[in-house]
Every structure is written in structure tokens, then in C-alpha cells.
Design a protein around this ligand. Sequence first.
Ligand code: SF4
Length: 464
Amino acid sequence: MSAGEGMFSDIPVEVGVVFEGERVRKQQMHVEFGGAHVPDKYEILEVKPPGEVEDGKITVIGPDLGEIPEGSSLPFGTEIAVSGKGVEPDMAGVMERRIHDFSNWIEGYMHLNQRDAIWLRVDKRSVKKGLTLRHVGTVLARLLKSAIPLIEAVEVTFITDPAEVGRRLGRVRAVFEERDSRTRGMTDNDVGVFFGCTLCQSFAPSHVCVITPQRYANCGAISWMDGRAASRVDPKGPIFEIEKGECVDAATGEYTGVNAVVKERSLGNVERVQLYTAFGYPHTSCGCFEGTTFFVPECDGLGIVHREFRGTTPTGLSFGAIADSTAGGRQVDGFHGISFEYMRSPRFLAASGGWKRIVWLPSELKERMKEFIPPELYDAIATEKDVSTVDGLVEFLRQHRHPVIDRMRAPESPAAAAENPGKEAVRLQASPQNAVTIPGGSVSITLKNVKIHAERMIIRKKQE
Ligand code: SF4
């Protein structure tokens, strides 16, 4: 919708779905909020009793966009409170996820990730046109009310004052932890339905999240309970119920109902999904995952790297480079987008060996998962403080008698794998892809059953 027209006539930049996917490059940014270099950042949406939310109130604590010096990089907080008679607290996670797509509808306002991993950039041109955080809050409030008619009142607070962001972060993280812990203890066998989400298809057209009690959504923002609440309110919306159907394989987590829905919603690009594996037919990865696995063929193990890690893994690759191999709604052997909460699940990569297959992860993430890593494995998993190369990693694993060393000594034969179809075979190469989807703005091209021959491959570092 153009500036000066309809619902956003009072907003100085354009607002519309056409701006989704727009990137703001470093040279073009007026200000950057959050991101990997800034530890304190978050966004949260909470459901409050009607009397506690003042509809349309927008507050900015700290300087607004025009008062921030050009080129700044700052901590940032977004707090949205909503109320309405039919709005359930369980819907908070799903409504919070809409902050991502609605923010990206604003011309020159780039939003990535979620919760306490957000990264935003605002384009100089939009600030010159007069865009302020108050306008951004107004747009978010109007779009939330228009998309979710049960919402009767919305109040938005932005925090750009660094000390205030830091002060509020502890409470916000406690809310996330309380939300996440609600499904701990439930199992996938306890429920008859799972939930699907296609919110990320604007970035990854063939991606469908399958959310189960024991496999949290890739973004870490939507639980099975959140999915249930959202699909009840808006069954035709982007979050929907999936009948499990027949269990094809309990070990890998493959269900006929899931396969049918994923095939339909991915427009035939993905035909099978196995929920608890990183190989074969793994759950697809959009681009919002909190972390990703990467395969280390030298030890037949999996490393994990999360978005906030700024160094390089023993393979020499950063999170960004590995995420590029993982994202886009594809199924790539060993490169598998995951959430932190899935790492806490008893089904975490169960068909790929679970924690026994994890050989490396950043020290900060290892500390965060301390309670969930089997104690006998804790010291055997390396971090950036222990090794910096693959050779060093293999040596470390030998010294610490990591279980993958036994796998290296006794690889499973193809015949044995064939006899155990529920057990995943070791694969050292990416699985053949019968479809390649090339996203391009609002158009995506899908090449099916193609063979690509390349004489040369040139890899260039992206210029930021
Ligand atoms: S990562 Fe999955 S659950 Fe989260 S918004 Fe994207 S599609 Fe939905």
C-alpha cells in the first residue's frame, strides 16, 4: 500500500507485502539494531487482561530513528501487549512471530530472526522520508489487529536505550523459558495431531514446519501448544492442524499424514519428512533456525553452530556459510536447521544418534545445553576452546573416547542398513535433490529432475 493511501496514509514510507525479502546493506543503513555483534536485543508479544492495554499507545524509550547518529549499531527491545476477549495466552508465540513478516512489509525496515536473536536495519532513505519507530509501532499494531480480528487492543513499546534493554532482558528470557517448558514432558505419541506452519514460505517457498510436542519449530518461537491455539482461532491461516496418519517408521518419525500435508503445502517439492533425523529425509530448513547441524565426514559426526556464534567452526566455515548450505526449504544431508528447544527434546536427532553423534558446538551453546547433554558425553564434545581444525577435532574425540570413534571403526555395511530400514544409513554426500528451487523476489523457479554440469565453480565472498 502506498504512502498517502488507505490504511497507512499517515506513514511516510510505503507498506506492503512487496517489501518482504528486501535487504538493507551496511552502506545503506541508517541504524542497525541487534544482530550478532550486539548481545542485548529481544522482541516479545504478551497477552494481557483488557484493562491493562491502552489501544494505539506507542512508546519509545531512548532515541527515535532520527535522533540516532547514522551508522550506529544499538541494543533494541520491542514489547507488544495485546488484549481481546477470545485471545488466549497460548497464542502469544504465534502472534509474536507475525512481528517478523509485518516489520518486513515496511519499506526500508529489515527484520530478521526472533526472540532474543533479532537483527534489524533501517534504510537511510526511509529515515530521510521521516520514518520513526512510532510509525513502525503504528503499522505493527494495525496489521496485527487486521490479521487477527480477536485482538481488540494493541500497545507497542520500543526500547533503544541500551541500559534499559539490558535491564528488561532477564524478565523477557524468563517468559520464553516458561513458554518453552510447557511442552516438556509431552511426547509425540501422546497426541493425535501435529501442527504445520508456512509463515516462512515468503523466504523459503518449499518449507513447511512440522511442529510436534518433541520437535519445536525451527525458529524456536512456536510450540505444539502455540500451534494448537493458533489453528483453533484461524484454521485456514498459516498455522494448521496435521493429522498424523499412519506411523511409517517410529525410529525416524515418519508419518503418512505429515508426508501428505508437506507434499501439498510445498507444492510437491518435498515428498517425505522424517522428524528425528539429519539425514535421508530430514525436516526442511527455512532460514530462521536458531542453529544448524553440519556434517563432519572425517569423524562421521555432526557439529552444531548457532546464529550468535561469531567465530568459525573446525571446518573453517562460519554460521553464515553453513546456514547458506542449509536454508531455503531444502533437505540436505547433515545440514539441518534446529531450535534450542528441539536440542532439549528426548527425540533430538534420535535416528541420527542424538547427542552421541554431536562432536562440536560453541562453548556458549554447550553451557546453555548443559542440563540436556548426557553427563557421560559432556566432556567428549569439543568447542572452539578445544579445537580449531578438523584434524584437531578427530584427535580430541579419540582422546575423549567419543562414541563416534566406534562408528568410525565399524561403519555400517549397506546390507545391514537395508535390513534395518528404520535405522539411518551413514551418508557422506548430500542426498540427490530432484528439485531445485531458485527464489527470486516474488517469483520462484523450480527445476525438476535436472542435471547440472559445471565446468568451473566460482565462489565469492558476499560484500556487506
Ligand atoms: S520457522 Fe517454522 S514455525 Fe517458525 S515462523 Fe517459520 S515456518 Fe513458522
